[in-house]
Write a protein that binds this ligand. Structure first.
Ligand SMILES: [Zn+2]
Ligand SMILES: [Zn+2]
Length: 271
């Protein structure tokens, strides 16, 4: 180990208040219009003397040095940029595992699976397939896991909702003169490559073989590349996907994700 990296490790000592990330959620961000994330007031801001001014340098012993807060602030900027492009629905943005209320045994099991994923990433073998009736918090939990992974690991992540709009946008890439003409390959590549992908409302797309194929190609590509994927669906995949392509899609999904049910009362009524 080089001297430099040893210095760096001994320099940064994050506390348990910020879950050893150096970053906390700014509780006032919604009504104050400030950044949603801020350096931890207990372990970072206490040793910051740059006043939070870019480029976060300080002048000491006749030299310009990095302020103690600099790494953390740079990481917050990176996270904010990834998050802006992630596609997480506005109403689920910046929600954390602590915000997810387990109202049933199934929900509490799914929540502990989520904790394990966030804690152990990237050493997690499987993603999640959350299925159950609408309103049980599947989309919220999937968004939370994505948010926590981006914050804890500054990892690239995307959220897509499988809907008419999603396919219409993709279809437009084949229409000459559209804004996105010719970009289908790039979009599909991006969704195959991104480190973490949430595929919300994954269903059996009965409407067109092209839609079906697009979706299953995406599952295939992520399976082959061993990419971490979270699915949500209103249907039990073991029943709904059994007949498709001689069960190939189902067997892929079983191998790449842990299938968990999240059924019960309408969660939205309890919020
Ligand atoms: Zn801290
Ligand atoms: Zn500072």
């Amino acid at each position: 180990m080089s001297k430099n990296s040893t210095d760096k490790e001994s320099k940064v000592q994050y506390c348990s208040f910020c879950d050893r990330t150096g970053i906390v959620k700014n509780p006032h961000y919604l009504h104050m219009g400030t950044d949603p994330l801020t350096p931890c007031p207990k372990c970072v801001l206490t040793r910051c003397s740059c006043g939070g001014e870019e480029p976060y340098f300080i002048y000491s012993d006749g030299m310009i040095k990095d302020c103690y807060c600099r790494d953390t602030r740079m990481r917050i900027a990176k996270i904010a940029k990834i998050y802006r492009l992630s596609g997480v629905d506005k109403k689920y943005q910046w929600r954390f595992l602590g915000d997810f209320e387990s109202i049933s045994k199934l929900a509490s099991d799914a929540k502990s699976a989520a904790y394990d994923i966030v804690k152990n990433y990237p050493k997690v073998k499987k993603g999640l397939f959350l299925w159950g009736n609408p309103g049980t918090g599947k989309t919220l939990l999937a968004s939370i896991i994505l948010t926590e992974l981006i914050i804890h690991h500054a990892v690239e992540g995307k959220f897509i909702k499988i809907s008419r709009t999603f396919f219409n946008r993709l279809r437009a890439t084949f229409v000459e003169g559209s804004d996105t003409y010719g970009e289908s390959a790039r979009i599909e590549q991006e969704l195959s490559d991104v480190d973490v992908l949430v595929i919300d409302d994954f269903g059996v797309q009965r409407d067109s073989p092209w839609e079906q194929e697009t979706l299953y190609n995406l599952v295939d590509a992520r399976y082959e590349a061993e990419k971490f994927t979270i699915f949500t669906s209103n249907n039990n995949p073991v029943k709904a996907l059994q007949e498709l392509s001689q069960g190939r899609v189902l067997s892929r999904i079983k191998e790449m994700s842990r299938i968990m049910e999240l059924s019960g009362e309408d969660y939205r009524n309890k919020m």
